[in-house]
Unconditional design. Structure first.
Length: 449
């Protein structure tokens, strides 16, 4: 049975419209009822945290009502980064976690995502069960539950970070943070200061509507300009819920997830801490990353786009480190999810006192990514399967073999054909990408049938 409501990262949409208080209450009630079947006393304890969107308090109240109506106890942890959820679940033995956030989306959107008692995001199968419960008659508990404020959650999260990075001395380091007016606005500056850094902060005054607005990991111009104008060793930009990070060096150059993962993987390998001497990344990862890992003797597993697929690959191989170009970076030794703050600290640990401009992780190949927008899904399917298109991909791939690569894939959510080319030089990447885009447009224009 296909899921109707859940996407790749929970249920997400415009708050008050698609993601109404009624739907949110129903989701929380259904998820709690399911959790009650495995809770020790049939009365699940449910952690609820959120980011800084103005709709967060409304949806928090709806979740609390749904949890209590199903006989659970809602424990309201307030504004915290998403990665705090699995850490707090593990610390206190909660039965379920609910995070209210739409990550890097604009403020009008919000989302509901669930974490199980093991700290992992719920599987597709469990999300299907929740949808089925939502469609049926609500389960009536023997007694109603309750709602409690959970105090000290920020300190709990900071304590976990400090335990992991307590040996990292940032004295004398100047760090610039862009908190996206989101969930990291308190936690990130505080842990960097506790570790001794001089910290300057951008976008740390959330007003409910300015989350991700011209700031954060999806809008790096402000951070890049400040890095060029200042004398900071490194700059880090988080997204709205704090599960991803991108960096900017002193020259204003963006350092994406590929480079951050490469730098950390080489560091962990040198320290004997890279479990299995392997790392998992997605199909979008730059060819230069693969070359650097091959040179270092580090095995690479390639997954589909999405942090859940990276996690699956890590667990299947018994590895512990991987991530995505977008800045989702997972170190299973710390938490079973991407954590932007932890990833930034791991980057500084790997730099060992050097500024980010002196990173030595990988030589990044020029990359061109063009989204070819097509009229509809049938046009997309025709372009993706067209024999001449497939022949063009094979021809261009052969021409770049051993030097770069071609990746053409259909978007799963929009009528877009994503054409990506990596080559040793900018002009070659542009030329190959241009030819493939032209072929894709020609294929899509062919009549159906």
């Amino acid at each position: 049975m296909a899921r109707r409501l859940f996407g790749t990262d929970g249920v997400r949409g415009v708050a008050g419209e698609f993601l109404s208080a009624e739907l949110t209450l129903g989701l929380a009630r259904a998820a709690t009822a399911r959790a009650a079947t495995s809770a020790a006393d049939g009365r699940p304890r449910v952690l609820v945290i959120r980011d800084t969107r103005e709709s967060g308090e409304m949806l928090e109240a709806a979740v609390a009502a749904g949890v209590a109506a199903a006989g659970g106890v809602a424990l309201l942890g307030g504004v915290l980064p998403t990665p705090a959820a699995p850490l707090l679940i593990a610390r206190y033995g909660f039965d379920l976690g609910v995070v209210l956030s739409a990550s890097h989306n604009p403020f009008a959107d919000n989302g509901v995502k669930f974490f199980g008692a093991d700290g992992d995001k719920l599987s597709d199968a469990v999300e299907e069960e929740i949808e089925a419960l939502l469609d049926g008659e609500p389960v009536q508990p023997d007694e109603l539950g309750g709602v409690r404020q959970l105090h000290g959650t920020l300190d709990d999260y900071l304590r976990e970070l400090h335990v992991r990075f307590g040996g990292l001395d940032l004295a004398g380091r100047r760090i610039l943070l862009d908190c996206a007016n989101g969930a990291t606005y308190k936690a990130a500056p505080e842990i960097f200061r506790r570790l001794g850094a001089h910290v300057d902060v951008l976008a740390d005054t959330p007003d409910g509507r300015n989350i991700n607005a011209g700031c954060g990991s999806t809008h790096l111009d402000q951070l890049a300009a400040a890095m060029r104008a200042g004398d900071h060793d490194a700059g880090f930009a988080f997204d709205g819920d704090g599960d991803r990070v991108l960096a900017v060096d002193g020259d204003g150059a963006v350092v994406d997830g590929d480079e951050l993962i490469a730098l950390a993987a080489l560091h962990l390998r040198a320290q004997g801490r890279l479990r299995g001497d392997g790392v998992a990344v997605t199909v979008m990862t730059n060819y230069g990353f693969h070359a650097a890992m091959e040179s270092a003797g580090i095995e690479v597993a390639i997954t589909n786009v999405g942090d859940r697929y990276v996690l699956e690959a890590l667990r299947a191989r018994g590895w512990a480190f991987g991530g995505e170009q977008s800045g989702h970076i997972v170190e299973l030794g710390f938490a079973p999810s991407g954590d932007g703050i932890a990833s930034a600290l791991l980057t500084l640990e790997a730099l060992a006192g050097r500024p980010l401009t002196e990173r030595r992780g990988m030589d990044k190949l020029p990359q061109r990514l063009v989204n070819v927008r097509l009229p509809d899904r049938p046009s997309l399917e025709r372009a993706a399967s067209d024999p001449q298109m497939l022949a063009a991909i094979e021809r261009e791939s052969a021409g770049l073999e051993g030097r770069g690569r071609v990746l053409v894939r259909a978007s799963g959510t929009e009528p877009l054909l994503r054409v990506m080319v990596e080559a040793p030089a900018d002009d070659e990447a542009d030329a190959v990408c241009g030819r493939l885009v032209e072929q894709a447009e020609a294929a899509a224009s062919q009549p159906a049938g």
